[in-house]
Design a protein around this ligand. Structure first.
Ligand SMILES: *Cc1c(COP(=O)(O)O)cnc(C)c1O
Ligand code: SF4
Length: 349
């Protein structure tokens, strides 16, 4: 067993162990964990400072997960958009390829919480081969997003085999891995892993940090190794009520990501996934946060605020309104709220 596997093996997966660690009343939470599995590895557990803090909320089951009767289980209609198992084909030029049903921790807000870590997500070598065949037979696919679960929880050998098979398809130009490991189990990013990943360029990794307290010397080191191997890093952050839904937290997070060489890519409006309704924030709150980023922070630190449209209709960018009036003179406000104009036609002088 590798060191990271030993750490993962010592994860808390049962409510009584969680209760022993934190104390407090966890009555009834075993019912939640029976539906949506619990896993908090010792590394992430150490980052939680006290019950109810932003990292706790991401990791510890909540009775509201079972009380949610508003949201659909599969809001993005991934079932309908799946031509063969493990493939979600929504956009013409890229597909999602779900190769792992395990994660370094099970996030309570996960969009695929109905599947991840449960027997409902069955992944076999044969199904992976069928997915690769599908990609080979559809040359319009230029980019493959290898995701899950977390693909970096597979063994080095399995990761290498999947990436090698994808690289053998001439129409696949870019491979993108989605992994929360740099945040939730940074010791998984071993020199050996990085060495195998960099054989498969052009390779991008989008990771997922939600709070400045997740940025530690360990996660910084994981990102440094990946970036030094020439892998561009992005972050897909989710806006979560009580976790990061205030301007100061998001500003600090975006700046810190840039410092550890991770480009903020998306800031997601929370999906309508069943069991996660208590994390949702109003879209307006996200737009207000974005207004506090544009111009105030380096453009490199500003993500695209996006909503993944229900029913699998794709990601919609949401931008605060700066234009006040379209016409011969465009009237708009700048990042400080000052009104400015720009002559569209006629003699500007
Ligand atoms: C999010 C997503 C993608 C990637 O979209 P980008 O905007 O390129 O990041 C691709 N396929 C599916 C099914 C997705 O949900
Ligand atoms: S790491 Fe990603 S896929 Fe895994 S539980 Fe968290 S959000 Fe879901």
């Amino acid at each position: 067993m590798e060191d990271w596997q030993k750490i993962l093996h010592r994860s808390i997966t049962a409510i009584p162990d969680l209760q022993m660690h934190f104390g407090g009343d966890m009555h009834g939470l075993d019912q939640v964990a029976a539906v949506y599995p619990l896993r908090i590895n010792p590394y992430y557990l150490d980052l939680i400072r006290h019950a109810g803090d932003p990292l706790w909320k991401q990791a510890v089951p909540d009775w509201r997960e079972l009380a949610d009767e508003v949201c659909p289980a599969d809001p993005l209609d991934e079932q309908r958009l799946s031509p063969v198992p493990l493939i979600v084909h929504k956009y013409p030029d890229r597909v999602l390829f779900l190769v792992s049903n395990q994660c370094a921790m099970f996030c309570r807000f996960c969009t695929r919480k109905r599947l991840v870590g449960t027997p409902a997500m069955r992944i076999t070598d044969e199904l992976i081969d069928r997915g690769i065949d599908y990609i080979r037979n559809h040359p319009a696919i230029r980019e493959v997003l290898v995701s899950g679960g977390d693909p970096l929880l597979l063994s080095d050998e399995r990761i290498d085999a999947i990436l090698t098979a994808l690289r053998a398809i001439p129409s696949v130009e870019v491979i993108r891995i989605g992994s929360r490991v740099p945040c939730t189990l940074p010791m998984r990013v071993t020199d050996k892993l990085v060495h195998l990943l960099k054989k498969h360029h052009p390779l991008y990794i989008n990771t997922h940090f939600n709070h400045p307290a997740e940025i530690t010397p360990e996660s910084e080191e994981a990102c440094r190794r990946l970036a030094d191997a020439g892998i561009p890093l992005g972050s897909q952050t989710v806006l979560l009520r009580g976790v990061n839904d205030d301007l100061q937290t998001i500003r600090t997070l975006m700046r810190a990501l840039l410092r550890i060489r991770v480009k903020p890519y998306y800031l997601f409006q929370a999906d309508l996934t069943r069991g996660t309704n208590h994390f949702r924030t109003p879209v307006r709150a996200g737009l207000e946060i974005m207004r506090g980023l544009y111009g105030h922070l380096s453009g490199l630190a500003v993500p695209t605020f996006a909503l993944d449209a229900p029913g699998g209709r794709g990601k919609i960018p949401l931008t605060p309104e700066y234009v006040l009036e379209y016409g011969d003179n465009l009237v708009f406000s700048n990042y400080c709220g000052e009104i400015c104009t720009y002559p569209e036609s006629g003699d500007p002088c």
